[in-house]
Ligand binder design. Sequence first.
Ligand code: NDP
Length: 436
Amino acid sequence: VARNPGQPEFQQAVREVFESVEPALERKPEYLDAAILERIAEPERQIMFRVPWVDDAGRVRVNRGYRIEFNSALGPYKGGLRFRENVDLSIIKFLGFEQIFKNSLTGLAMGGGKGGSDFDPHGKSDAEVMRFCQSFMTELYRHIGLNTDVPAGDIGVGGREIGYLFGQYKRITNRFDAGVLTGKGLAWGGSLARTEATGFGTVYFTNRMLGTRNDSIDGKRVVVSGSGNVAIYAIAKAQELGATVVACSDSSGFVVDEKGIDVALLQSVKEQRRARISTYAEERGASATFTPADKGRIWQVTADVALPCATQNELDLDDAKTLIANGVKAVAEGANMPCTPEAFHAFQEAGVLYAPGKASNAGGVATSGLEMAQNAARDSWTFEKTDGQLHAIMDNIHDTCQATAEEYGRPDDYVVGANIAGFTKVADAMLDFGLV
Ligand code: NDP
């Protein structure tokens, strides 16, 4: 904490991991002798840079760019880029730190990193977004590479932004290094099922977790927060598996739709038209109502399963109490760290199945790993093959977390399971490398 003042999200993420890996440190004191905790919480490299660009009115704008190359013990740094006005060093470091253990859990050879900017794409024209992305990559290109650091998307960075970023990378370097970015378009090295992967993976994990209680997502009433990349495909998969998703949101408020969210309409509103979630309610008709963010909380909507898929710390203790009182059975994080520590402890104490994001949302980065494998082999797999591998990876992550929790005497504690399983693999590799 003293080393990182003014970084509350980063401190929160580190505290959660350090608290839960204590039993692993007791079993293997070499970790303490080699100062693994001190080293793992210190990024290998932190890059911050100026991003100047010109808006449509001809005015010069300046944003701040970040790339935190956190840990490369298991492979090249890997993690997304976030463009959002509240992005700062604390947020990028918390995301990069989480990414280390998440990537470890996938079983693929990927280290952890994260980046982004305090640029806000809302309300910007395509031309402005393009000029920003080109300026951002004009600095970033010298730090990344297919065996060094491989960025992808996150909040505010989707297919459009990855296209502009890859175009600029290719132009500057004169190399078609497809594997330098993931989340690419299908015509130029992207993988089928990458767009869907995080949301689908979160639901595969949820279903497997419910399976441990001889239950499933089929027939469940589900609430999903957010309406971006992760949320949309979580909604689609949950409904495909027989659930009814009755609510979703964006930063302006939430909609309740008792008939179940119409995914095609949601995609049209959010993906194609980039409009607000209230437009969904206006166009859906009588079954849907919109509540502005200052008039209520999405977590007041009764649900059997809650999937927070928007942003960090969006579900607090009061929200958790409301969900528990309304009978929630399972909570799985599609977003990174959406539940506050007080909230997830409340779920665990109430016997609600709870999956931390580093386990349940790992399907996105896992499928990025599959995209890199296809790029390296100059191959492209069918949707079914990639989705099948994603499903197998999510089941494996679930089972690893569950088995690790049991091994350490904490059955059903997916936080302990995910943190210890993710941590020990990275820590063992760091021991093998000596003091580097
Ligand atoms: P998108 O930008 O596609 O969507 C984000 C959604 O969350 C939007 O609906 C947005 O609303 C909403 N949102 C963002 N910030 C806030 C806020 N402060 N309050 C309320 N709502 C908010 O991002 P993704 O779907 O890609 O990412 C969502 C979460 O999932 C993030 O935590 C991300 O780190 C995590 N994640 C993403 C992965 C991926 O593959 N994309 C992989 C693993 C995790 P609005 O439209 O108003 O901005």
